[in-house]
Design a protein around this ligand. Structure first.
Ligand code: SF4
Length: 471
């Protein structure tokens, strides 16, 4: 069994100062999102429209995918279909090998992270450089992104200074963001110049035009595919929208939800290959059809990967992205990952307080906390709960469903637990108590308090005196 979310989170919260800083930094981003959302009076209408467009596209996905393929082909792109990660990786490798490519620059693509494309290409002798600054930083560390929009958000500028000193030979101890960004720019510029192909993700594919749209703040996607002649774009089949005019709804929601910006700095449109070049679009399923077939989880495919649900989630902010042990962390990752492998990701739907804040901020109105609750039941039905949780829940059901047992446990909690030595309560068997203290128990149960009050209830005033008062 792979390590649970709480086991991995344990490592993250050991560094209290970092955990506090991570929490506050993401809350700052969430606050920026709130200000940006409130600046648009039509915000809620946009959310409703985005959700409706996505649900409509899902209902007719096969038709829209075929339309997209036809239109993209007319524009001169070559469209490939990949049923799973292995086929995706094989297709990309074949395209690169057939063009003799050994140096590739890549802009941010969570899909290629999901498919583990980088190690696959590197195994076949192809150098892959992630060109988004945050992604390049975590790539240098040999780690995956810890957040889908802010891949290196768990690192402080001092950490990056040390890393750059080691890898890029910047000055020891330097942590000035401008200096470090300039060093990264020089390092990446060389990689861009030498690249033989550029690979990008896709934020939106437009069925009626066959075009694709890629959103970045650094312009790295544009540079990465403008210098070499070969552009490969990898796109999950859920990224489709029907018409070009739908795009405005999503672009207005995406940047505001992600970082609080009114618009992403670069929204780059590609309609066919550039003159003399080649554009390959790889459409990837990798479990998406299975999610689409489930009425409980279908809406999770509406996700536009803005990261807002992570920035607001009290569990994500306090436990860090790596605690989720999956490509997409946070609330949406806790729905998508069990759909891929529920035995491996059994603990993720439980890494949630069910506060519903994710659902409130989601720009495409995904009912995230409801789906997380449904997943909990599903994990139980599949018998994938660890034994302590399984039998703990059975015991809780018995106690809560048997009135004399419930009363007895209340009496024990009030009368016996406060007298127990500390080691009997706060020990290995009580992970709940690792960071929490039990509250003070009241001296009386609710029933006892009610009985007392009823016995000492003041008598109502007589009808006569009341009439006198009114006259
Ligand atoms: S689930 Fe919603 S809030 Fe979370 S990343 Fe996707 S679109 Fe954004």
């Amino acid at each position: 069994m792979s390590p649970s979310h709480s086991t991995l989170a344990d490592g993250f919260i050991k560094d209290k100062e970092r955990a506090r800083w991570h929490d506050q930094t993401l809350w700052f981003v969430r606050h920026k999102r709130d200000l940006a959302a409130k600046s648009l009076p039509e915000w809620e209408d946009l959310r409703v429209a985005a959700s409706a467009i996505k649900m409509h596209t899902q209902q007719q996905l096969a038709d829209y995918l075929e339309l997209f393929e036809r239109q993209a082909t007319k524009l001169g792109a070559k469209v490939h279909w990949a049923a799973d990660a292995a086929e995706h990786n094989r297709i990309v490798l074949e395209i690169l090998q057939s063009h003799g490519v050994t140096r590739l620059v890549k802009s941010k693509s969570m899909l290629t992270e999901e498919c583990h494309l980088n190690p696959h290409l590197e195994k076949h002798g192809i150098e892959v450089i992630d060109s988004d600054l945050g992604e390049r930083i975590v790539q240098m560390q040999g780690m995956p992104p810890s957040h889908i929009v802010l891949p290196a958000i768990h690192l402080k500028k001092q950490d990056i200074g040390e890393l750059f000193h080691r890898e890029l030979h910047t000055e020891a101890g330097a942590s000035d963001p401008k200096y470090l960004a300039e060093a990264a720019r020089q390092h990446l510029r060389d990689k861009f110049m030498r690249a033989q192909a550029g690979l990008t993700g896709v934020n939106f594919g437009i069925a009626e035009t066959g075009g694709i749209v890629i959103c970045t703040n650094e312009g790295n996607a544009d540079l990465g595919v403008s210098l070499p002649k070969l552009h490969i774009a990898c796109m999950g089949i859920e990224k489709l929208i029907p018409r070009a005019k739908d795009l405005g709804v999503f672009l207005r929601l995406l940047a505001r939800s992600a970082t609080g910006q009114p618009i992403t700095t670069y929204s780059s449109h590609f309609h066919g290959p550039r003159a003399g070049g080649e554009l390959h679009i790889v459409l990837v399923d990798n479990g998406r059809s299975q999610i689409r077939a489930s009425s409980d989880y279908r809406r999770s495919l509406n996700c536009i990967r803005c990261g807002a649900c992570m920035n607001t989630c009290p569990v994500y902010r306090r436990s860090g992205g790596y605690s989720y042990n999956s490509t997409v962390p946070g609330p949406i990752g806790s729905i998508l990952s069990p759909a891929m492998d529920s035995a491996k990701h059994y603990s993720l739907p439980f890494a949630c307080s069910l506060c519903g804040s994710c659902t409130d901020v989601c720009p495409v109105k995904i009912d995230l906390h409801h789906q997380l609750l449904t997943w909990r039941g599903e994990i139980g039905k599949r018998n994938q709960l660890p034994l302590d949780k399984k039998y703990g829940m059975k015991l809780a059901r018995l106690v809560l469903g048997t009135s004399w047992l419930y009363r007895l446990s209340g009496w024990l909690a009030r009368k016996i637990v406060p007298r127990l030595p500390r080691w009997m309560i706060y020990n290995r068997l009580n992970p709940w108590g690792k960071q929490r203290e039990l509250p003070m128990f009241p001296a009386q149960s609710f029933r006892e308090q009610l009985k007392d009050r009823q016995q000492h209830k003041p008598q109502p005033k007589s009808q006569t005196s009341s009439s006198h008062g009114q006259s």
